[in-house]
Design a protein around this ligand. Sequence first.
Ligand code: CA
Length: 210
Amino acid sequence: MPDGLLRAKYAYFFDLLLLDADAAGSGSVADGGDSSSVPGTGVLDRRCLELRGRACAKALGHAPGTEEAATVQGYFTALWDDGLATLAPAPGERLTREQFVHACESGLPENPRTPFLDKVRELAFGLSDPDGDGLLSEADWVAFLTCAFGIAEADARTGFALLDTDDVGQLGRMHVVFALDDYFRSPEPQPAGNRVFGPGAVGAREGEQG
Ligand SMILES: [Ca+2]
């Protein structure tokens, strides 16, 4: 069922953001003693994205306080401020998994230029093409996905091979644009972009159906 696939992809992306914040030592559980960081009942807020940005910068080898670290962290806070926060019912507050899935469903399939998707693209470009020449090597791509989203290295390599349709060992920015567009907007099960964040939602559904 195509609608179900989009929902599953949105939910999976949301959980990627949550889980990585947990790995980075999110204070959300300690703060309230609740289960807000458990996938399925999770809530994202600006602090989650700040923590993820810090963890990502560290994973990429940038020391805290450096200009490089600040640049990386800026992509994550922008993803919250100008992207995710715009999807929250009370703008700028917190975003539940269900609210995120619902907002994506009602906005993304019809409109490729939502602020949220723009910020995801900017984060992907900024982190996977740090020298800004428009070309991404496999190493760039793997570093981006493993450091930013905690994707397994093997899955990141598989995804790169799927996207590198010309088999030249490099991706251009348009590959990334199309892949993200397929991930967030296509209800079809076939596009390689469905696996841009690892087998994730698509792999799980194949398991259920197969
Ligand atoms: Ca580059």
